[in-house]
Design a protein around this ligand. Structure first.
Ligand SMILES: *Cc1c(COP(=O)(O)O)cnc(C)c1O
Length: 393
């Protein structure tokens, strides 16, 4: 018997021993405030469904109608026969929503980074990257072949230092997440912009957790800092607040035009599907009609955080609906999550290597879909488990 794959079995065993093996929980319900997870009905504190749009009836019916007219599959890459009028409409609407001249969509936010970064920089260039940037920024950066220089998290002074040290490059690109997904803090984009201006660098922000959340009516981190026309390109996802799936790069016209020529996932991978596009258009309708959902998201966020602090929990440096409950050691976070699940509350533990050693936490994702009752039920469970595990007194 051939043994050439035994190493994988060994590695999988190592992951299990170290408590780092991903066990995939299975849902048998739509996304929403409540889920059926592994057969049990639980309060959902895990999803990126910030506005509750993933199962919104208007998105669902828009997808159904579009499928009747256009079918399901794109059947080609965008540059051959995969661009439907719907794709162009979505790109116009996304650009208008974000207040930028142009936008181009991709199959996912991850793919948008793999498309955008290598189109902007190559071997002779340098990328200045926040040390806590998302994995898709890291992979897109590696794919570009550019030199990658990390700067201290959310620290414009350190960015300035590393720029001054990095001599001899053709072009420079500064990349940061807008909202950081593990701590819920935000990049000081205004100060970062000033640094890029001083050094004549390109500026890109990944706003995956900012769209639909930050800024006026959820227009994102650029709107939050009022930096319209200043950030060169914003990468985003249709899979979080928008509740669907897909990615986008939005910004200066010339960059979007260049991505249509040189964005490899645009040229060599099929387009985002018809129901996704139609559902996202319906999401944009909802966001442009009213700020109700975004307002409710923030009301829920403020309420939950204030009550958690009152109960004696440490919610870290979050300023967004992403609410880490700092617990310290990974086994405690895992036990906390299991006890919550027994209480009917689904909230994920996050430990090393996703966050530094000793910084394990439970991450609660607040949504506009939560009612006050839902939040109260969650708070009661946190209070009970916190006492039981002597995290709080
Ligand atoms: C979630 C996320 C992505 C990936 O988005 P998908 O559409 O799920 O591929 C990219 N960047 C950041 C910062 C994210 O948080």
């Amino acid at each position: 018997m051939s043994q050439h794959l035994d190493w994988i079995q060994d590695e999988l065993e190592n992951l299990k021993q170290a408590g780092l093996y991903n066990r995939i929980r299975t849902l048998s319900s739509p996304q929403g405030a409540w889920l059926v997870v592994d057969g049990k009905r639980v309060l959902n504190f895990c999803s990126n469904n910030y506005l509750g749009l993933a199962n919104n009836p208007r998105l669902v019916s828009a997808a159904q109608e579009a499928v009747k007219k256009y079918g399901v599959g794109p059947a080609a890459v965008r540059s051959i026969a995969g661009t439907m009028d719907l794709h162009l409409e979505l790109e116009r609407r996304l650009a208008a929503f974000k207040g930028v001249p142009a936008a181009i969509t991709f199959q996912s936010g991850f793919t948008a980074n793999l498309a955008t970064i290598p189109a902007l920089v190559g071997k002779e260039d340098v990328i200045f990257s926040d040390e806590l940037n998302h994995a898709s920024i890291i992979d897109g950066s590696r794919l570009s072949g550019a030199r990658i220089v990390r700067y201290a998290h959310a620290n414009p002074e350190d960015l300035e230092c590393v720029i001054q040290e990095a001599q001899d490059y053709r072009r420079g690109l500064v990349i940061t997440d807008g909202v950081f997904s593990m701590d819920g803090d935000i990049a000081p984009l205004d100060e970062i912009y000033e640094v890029t201006q001083k050094h004549n660098l390109m500026l890109m922000v990944d706003d995956a957790h900012g769209e639909g959340v930050m800024g006026k009516g959820g227009r994102g981190i650029v709107d939050h800092f009022n930096l319209h026309g200043k950030v060169d390109v914003e990468v985003g996802t249709l899979s979080k607040a928008f509740g669907v799936v897909g990615g986008v790069s939005a910004g200066k016209e010339v960059i979007v035009e260049w991505l249509r020529q040189r964005g490899r996932p645009f040229l060599f991978s099929s387009a985002v599907t018809v129901p996704d596009v139609a559902a996202t258009l319906a999401a944009l309708d909802i966001l442009e009609e009213s700020t109700e959902l975004v307002d409710r998201l923030w009301e829920n966020t403020r309420y939950f955080k204030a009550e958690m602090k009152r109960l004696g929990f440490d919610t870290g440096r979050s300023v967004t609906p992403i609410t880490p409950i700092m617990l310290g050691e990974a086994p405690l976070a895992q036990q906390f999550s299991r006890d919550l699940f027994d209480e009917g509350v689904f909230a994920m533990p996050i430990g090393y290597p996703t966050v530094p050693k000793g910084k394990a936490r439970i991450r609660v994702m607040i949504s506009a879909a939560h009612s006050r009752q839902d939040l109260d039920k969650g708070l009661e469970s946190f209070a009970r488990v916190g006492k039981k595990l002597t995290v709080t007194i």
